[in-house]
Design a binder for this molecule. Structure first.
Ligand SMILES: Cc1cc2nc3c(=O)[nH]c(=O)nc-3n(C[C@H](O)[C@H](O)[C@H](O)COP(=O)(O)OP(=O)(O)OC[C@H]3O[C@@H](n4cnc5c(N)ncnc54)[C@H](O)[C@@H]3O)c2cc1C
Length: 447
């Protein structure tokens, strides 16, 4: 990191990369540690709030914008043990918050897979957790938020806000202002989970199991990506089991997945590496069984995945995540299976979840089954062509993409996938009239 000056204000200069490594830029970074410093940038300076930068895509930086790194605002301000309301600053990491709450008998039922995601990042991306069909998305936990708008100061907003600013901030990708704090509604966690493995032969069967188990605390599938076994896999169903013998919540040493993982020089996710990994995971998971697990571990299974991500090498990876309506999912899964047999893309991982919410703005929500695919970034044209084929299939089956994860999306694709895209864009622009806030992501998708 080096220094720079924007009209009298000293800023750090840093080269930031998205988690998927598909975009990097050298940008100015402001790290305010007092509320008054939120007003320090020149009024017309383009900017964007940044949490930990734990988005797959470049959502919290961009070539023209100063990134406002909010991690100094990380205090837990108040916890009402009677009502389960937590007031917390926006830069606190979700992993730290959960570790603090669990021994007190509370938790946030919705937490994304990356423990370093901040509260501000979870609101701005309206993230989902381990079972969105049961718990919804992050906005459903939000009682109140505080937003800083340059030139106008701090606003306290809740769902009754009639200006549209509260709604535009939830899932608004940082375009409406900088979230400084939030009051969140907590839940009582099960002390431990009985994590059951249910084997499935294909994606259609996976969808049926996900629907039947939709009330589980934890619910997600892993699927074989090899063309000859495509979709075969296992659904992890985590039910509350207070009798289970599981490690204490806070006994394990903290070793959270970093927001930035140093890549290995080369990708090991070539055809041989992918075949080996799928065979190994199949052997490990494709056995019926039940495992007792502490909530703290179940919430962040990716903490053990550091080498998995490093193994994508310097070229990085792409995550494609689409939500397909229930009535289209079987046809979609069959067409996808055919497409994989024909194109034989290199897919390192496939996972499935179930959603039962209302699509709102650009946030990833709705009713259906989501599939997330991890692919090594293309070194060859067929790999790139598969991104497009997957998106075309998803759109043809009424699918909805996840902008916070997928760096292959562009404005044209979002307009085709999300009916009211232009109305959503106009509403976001109403709260960002000077286009003061912007990131690589928001520029790429035409916001
Ligand atoms: C390995 C991995 C697993 C993941 N698992 C999941 C998952 O299970 N479910 C899911 O939904 N997502 C998941 N994600 C995505 C991740 O949770 C979101 O991208 C989240 O927004 C990252 O939080 P952050 O604080 O690092 O935000 P950043 O990446 O820094 O920023 C993300 C967005 O939030 C905005 N933002 C951040 N802080 C503020 C603030 N204070 N005020 C206003 N806007 C702000 C930024 O401007 C940007 O638009 C995963 C990502 C990774 C890399």
């Amino acid at each position: 990191m080096s220094g720079t000056e924007v009209r009298g204000l000293a800023l750090a200069r840093a080269r930031l990369s998205s988690f998927d490594r598909q975009f990097s830029a050298e940008v100015g970074v402001q790290q305010p540690d007092r509320y008054r410093l939120l007003d320090a940038l020149p009024a017309d300076q383009a900017r964007i709030a940044r949490g930990s930068g734990a988005s797959y895509v470049a959502a919290s930086f961009g070539a023209q914008s100063v990134s406002i790194d909010m991690r100094s605002f990380n205090r837990l301000l108040a916890l009402d043990m009677r009502t389960g309301l937590l007031c917390v600053e926006a830069g606190a990491c979700i992993g730290d918050v959960q570790r603090f709450l669990l021994p007190l008998g509370w938790y946030l039922p919705i937490a994304p897979g990356h423990p370093r995601a901040t509260i501000g990042g979870c609101i701005a991306a309206d993230v989902h957790g381990k079972n969105p069909a049961r718990d919804g998305t992050f906005r459903s936990l939000l009682e109140e938020l505080q937003l800083h708008v340059p030139g106008h100061g701090l606003f306290n907003l809740d769902a009754r806000d009639s200006s549209g600013l509260f709604a535009a901030t939830c899932g608004g990708l940082g375009l409406s202002g900088t979230i400084t704090r939030a009051t969140l509604r907590l839940s009582r966690p099960p002390r431990a989970l009985a994590l059951r493995r249910v084997l499935v032969d294909d994606l259609a069967q996976a969808a049926r199991v996900l629907r039947e188990a939709a009330n589980a605390h934890v619910l997600y599938g892993w699927h074989d990506s090899r063309p000859e076994h495509f979709g075969r896999g296992v659904i992890h169903v985590g039910l509350s089991d207070d009798e289970a013998i599981a490690p204490a919540f806070d006994a394990s040493p903290r070793r959270d997945l970093p927001a930035h993982i140093a890549p290995w020089p080369l990708s090991v996710w070539n055809r041989g590496g992918i075949a080996l990994a799928n065979a190994w995971l199949s052997q490990r998971w494709r056995r019926p069984g039940i495992e007792a697990m502490a909530m703290a571990k179940a919430l962040f299974p990716l903490n053990d995945a550091r080498r998995y991500f490093a193994a994508f090498g310097r070229a990085g990876m792409v995550e494609l995540q689409w939500l397909i309506p229930h009535d289209q999912f079987e046809a979609f899964a069959a067409a996808l299976g055919e497409c994989v047999k024909r194109s034989r893309p290199r897919i390192a991982l496939i996972s499935s979840k179930i959603f039962d919410g209302l699509a709102h703005g650009l946030a990833f929500n709705g009713r259906g089954i989501s599939l997330a695919l991890h692919l090594p970034a293309p070194r060859e044209i067929p790999q790139y062509a598969f991104y497009e084929q997957f998106a075309e299939l998803a759109i043809a089956h009424g699918g909805r993409p996840n902008p916070i994860k997928d760096s292959t999306l562009d404005e044209a694709m979002l307009r085709r996938a999300i009916g009211p895209f232009d109305a959503i864009r106009a509403e976001l622009a109403r709260h960002n009239p000077e286009r003061l806030f912007g990131s690589e992501l928001t520029r790429r998708i035409g916001l």
